[in-house]
Design a binder for this molecule. Structure first.
Ligand code: IPM
Ligand code: MN
Length: 352
């Protein structure tokens, strides 16, 4: 019997609602998959905790998370009460402190769903964006000068290390080898001649080691356009932290909507726990209504199981979601009227 220790961090807004359904799926797998068990520990971190204690997370939140095998996150952020950079800070800290440098975000349109793109179907939209998740534009490196004066200056400097660029590109090459063997690197080296020149150089150095993978460079501005007009030309896309952030919201909507888009924050060496979360945020506008789409959270739990080397259980989740959507089950974001719970029920039914 393998028991995985999972930290559950439902967070804010619709986070708890969608995570509840992902947990139901894990519980069902536990009952039906021999040798698999989960020890789940739930953390009440987020805006509710802030209301009680003045802190979104305790000071030692990283120490508390460190012993777990994985973290399942819902969503963070409640901008009406607290600025986003405060509620979201723990999320970025977890990614960086646990060296979760590979953020994997599939953009895959499931059969039964209509694309936002005219004349594009599931056969056209199946790519994965790998976002560098530990450095780049998200490094907390900057400051203010002459704060509060008319001459105020804000400086925020991105950091790109050769080691960081190399490891994410290698991760992309390895993933391409499990797919259609095509890697696109999205940068902006025509305008940013230090950071993305480094990316260009590292790609050129690595490509000969992966002769079975074709490579291509695109500037990020062209890449967003090409996602829309030629999604079928993409297989694996590797991008820096901020570009990856932008590309994956677009990837999410191409894949049927953010209600369906899962994500990993992976430490491939497994020196630290990895974290799994839907790409969507806390969605305050629909929070508490019980009709958020739980599929992104459920698929994120599936990616967690793949990372934990439980491929059979992971595949059962993906298949159940495929069948759920193919059968026409839809929450309001997909144009239907199912509740979060009913969508969870449908997935559970197809897990059999
Ligand atoms: C994401 C989110 C986060 C990010 C926010 C919440 C800090 O947009 O996971 O894509 O920018 O990384
Ligand atoms: Mn984002």
């Amino acid at each position: 019997m393998t028991t995985y220790k999972i930290a559950v961090y439902p967070g804010d807004g619709i986070g708890p609602e969608v995570v509840e359904q992902a947990v139901r799926v894990l519980r069902k797998l536990e009952q039906t998959e021999s040798g698999l068990a989960f020890a789940l520990t739930s953390f009440d971190w987020g805006i509710e905790r802030w209301k009680r204690t003045g802190q979104v997370v305790p000071d030692d939140f990283l120490t508390q998370l460190r012993p777990f095998d994985a973290i399942l996150l819902g969503a963070v952020g409640w901008p009406a009460l607290l600025p986003d950079h405060e509620t979201l800070a723990p999320l970025v800290k977890i990614r960086q402190a646990f060296d979760q440098y590979a953020c994997v975000r599939p953009a895959k349109l499931f059969p039964g769903l209509k694309s936002v793109l005219a004349d594009k179907g599931p056969e056209h939209i199946d790519f994965v964006v790998i976002r560098e998740n530990s450095e780049g534009e998200y490094v907390d490196n900057g400051g203010f000068l002459k704060r509060g004066t008319p001459d105020e200056v804000a400086i925020q400097t991105a950091v790109h290390t050769r080691r960081g660029v190399e490891r994410i590109l290698r991760y992309g090459f390895e993933m391409a080898r499990t797919r259609r063997r095509h890697l696109t690197m999205a940068t902006k080296s025509n305008a940013q001649r230090y950071a993305y020149m480094l990316w260009d150089e590292v790609l050129a150095q690595l490509a000969p080691e992966y002769p079975d993978v074709t490579t291509e460079r695109q500037h990020c501005d062209a890449c967003v356009m090409n996602f829309v007009r030629w999604p079928e030309r993409f297989d694996v896309v590797v991008a820096s932290n901020l570009f990856g952030d932008l590309l994956t919201d677009l990837g999410g909507i191409l894949g049927g909507g953010l209600g369906l888009a899962p994500s990993t924050n992976t430490n491939p060496e497994r020196r630290f726990p990895s974290m799994f979360e839907p790409v969507h945020g806390s969605a305050p506008d629909i929070a508490g209504k019980g009709n958020a789409n739980p599929i992104a959270a459920i698929l994120s739990a599936g990616m967690m199981l793949a990372h934990l080397e439980q491929p059979a259980a992971a595949t059962r989740i993906t298949r159940a979601v495929e069948r759920t959507l193919a059968a026409g089950n839809k929450t309001p974001d997909l144009g239907g009227s199912l509740t979060t719970q009913q969508m969870g029920d449908a997935v559970l039914k197809f897990l059999d």
